[in-house]
Design a protein. Structure first.
Length: 203
C-alpha cells in the first residue's frame, strides 16, 4: 500500500498494531484524525498517555483502578461477604454489565496452564487466600467465575483445595456458559443467568 506521506504511514503502522484493526481500517482512522479538530486528536493522545502512565491496579482485588483501591472495593453498597473470582478485568466488566451481581471481585490475572508455563505462583492466588484469611469469617461465599475450559476447571479445582479449610461457601457460575468458550465472549443474558443461577462447586 502506497502512502502520500511518511507521517501517515507511521501512524497507520502503529494503529494497525491494535487487535482487530487491519491496514485499511488504520488508514481510515488516521485520515479521520487528520481531518478533525486538532484538539480532538490531542485529547485522544493525552487519554492514551494517561492510560499508560497513570493506570493503577487495586491493591486488594487487582482490578484496573485510578487509586490504590478501586471503586468496587470501596463501594458501600456492595456485598463485602461475596467475592467473585475472575480471570481478567475483561471478565469483571462482562459480569458487571449484567447488573446481576453486587459483591466484590478478585482478578487472578490468568488461569493455571502448564502448557503455557503459567503456574499458581504466577497468578493472584495468594492474595485471594490472604483476603479470606484476614476477613475473619466475614467472607461467606467465593464465586468461581472462570472460563469453561480445561485450564479454567483446573484453576477452580486448585482454588477449591486451597480454600477448603476456611468457612466459606464455594460456588461456580451455572453452566449456561458454553463448555470451551471464553467468558468475555458470552452474551450478557446468558452470563447474567449463569451468575444468578450459581451453584455449589463440585469436584
Amino acid at each position: 500500500m502506497e502512502y502520500p506521506s511518511k507521517l501517515i504511514e507511521d501512524a497507520v503502522n502503529e494503529i494497525a498494531k491494535l487487535p482487530g484493526i487491519g491496514k485499511k481500517t488504520a488508514l481510515r482512522l488516521a485520515l479521520h484524525l487528520l481531518k478533525v479538530e486538532e484538539e480532538r486528536t490531542q485529547s485522544l493522545s493525552d487519554a492514551l498517555v494517561n492510560l499508560r502512565t497513570k493506570t493503577q491496579y487495586c491493591q486488594r482485588c487487582h482490578n484496573i483502578s485510578d487509586a490504590a483501591l478501586c471503586a468496587i472495593c470501596t463501594g458501600n453498597r456492595r456485598d463485602h461477604g461475596v467475592i467473585c473470582v475472575v480471570e481478567s478485568t475483561t471478565d469483571l466488566i462482562a459480569i458487571e454489565n449484567t447488573s446481576q451481581y453486587n459483591g466484590l471481585y478478585h482478578v487472578l490475572g490468568g488461569v493455571i496452564s502448564p502448557i503455557e508455563g503459567v503456574s499458581p505462583g504466577d497468578l493472584n492466588i495468594d492474595s485471594l487466600i490472604e483476603r479470606v484469611h484476614n476477613a475473619d469469617g466475614d467472607v461467606k461465599e467465593i464465586v468461581l467465575a472462570l472460563s469453561s475450559t480445561m485450564e479454567g476447571d483446573t484453576t477452580s479445582f486448585f482454588l477449591t483445595k486451597k480454600l477448603r479449610s476456611y468457612p466459606v461457601s464455594i460456588t461456580s457460575i451455572a453452566r449456561g456458559v458454553p463448555i470451551g468458550s471464553e467468558l468475555e465472549y458470552t452474551d450478557e443474558i446468558t452470563l447474567g443467568r449463569s451468575i444468578v443461577g450459581r451453584k455449589a462447586y463440585e469436584q
